[in-house]
Ligand binder design. Structure first.
Ligand code: ZN
Length: 228
């Protein structure tokens, strides 16, 4: 009764289209769930048909590369990411992680990884936002795949906001100043699944993969909510 009254006064809206959610719908309405631009990268494993994984060729060894959705500007995916990143919808990250993690489990991927790690935020930014959106997604992924996960092994030592204007080479040269493995013993010999929110150039994931491999992890795979 109270719940009905509250939902009448403050209806919950779909994070992808802002439409009012029907009873039983959570975060994303049924219509959007059908229309979201899902990828099929996971169906191609580490073969060359996985076009996302190919983007890392010649840069850094990445075993598997997955993204749940295709990023499209001004579309549902952009709205989802905006809610997750700037509107406090931390629970949405975990929800999407649980969904994609379940799908990856259907494809038998849990046995391919030992540890799930999110791309970290700089502590100043984390304090400002209150949460790391990639960490929320990572938590859902790890939960669905029943894999160990933590957010203190890989750390960001530099606030990269100021670096986005630098060119690729300049960024490359100070990669090791941006990310650091705080506990190398935690990644040694491990097959790490690295998690981020969006893949655009892949430079951030590449930078993390470089330091993880240098710290002794066996191999790195990547997964994001969306890929542009
Ligand atoms: Zn919707």
């Amino acid at each position: 009764m109270l719940h009905d009254l509250l939902s009448l006064l403050f209806p919950e809206v779909c994070y992808a289209c802002d439409g009012v959610l029907a009873r039983g719908e959570k975060y994303i309405c049924t219509g959007c769930n059908v229309k979201l631009p899902y990828t099929d990268f996971h169906a191609h494993g580490a073969t060359e048909l996985n076009t996302l994984q190919r983007r890392f060729w010649g840069k850094v060894p990445v075993r598997f590369a997955f993204a749940y959705l295709h990023f499209r500007a001004k579309g549902r995916v952009q709205r989802l990411l905006h809610r997750l990143k700037y509107k406090g919808a931390q629970e949405l990250g975990e929800h999407l992680g649980l969904r994609y993690g379940s799908l990856l489990s259907e494809y038998h991927y849990p046995t391919e990884f030992d540890l799930v790690l999110p791309v970290p935020l700089h502590k100043t930014k984390l304090r400002k936002r209150g949460y790391n959106q990639s960490d929320s997604f990572a938590k859902g992924i790890a939960g669905a795949m029943k894999l160990p996960w933590n957010n203190n092994t890989l750390v960001r030592t530099t606030n990269t906001e100021t670096q986005t204007r630098k060119n690729r080479l300049a960024r490359w040269q100070n990669v090791e100043e941006v990310f650091r493995v705080a506990k190398p013993e935690a990644v040694k010999g491990k097959r790490v699944l690295l998690v981020d929110d969006v893949l655009t150039t892949g430079a951030t994931l590449e930078a993390c993969a470089v330091v993880l491999l240098a710290a002794g992890c066996a191999e790195v795979s990547v997964v994001t909510i969306a890929a542009a």
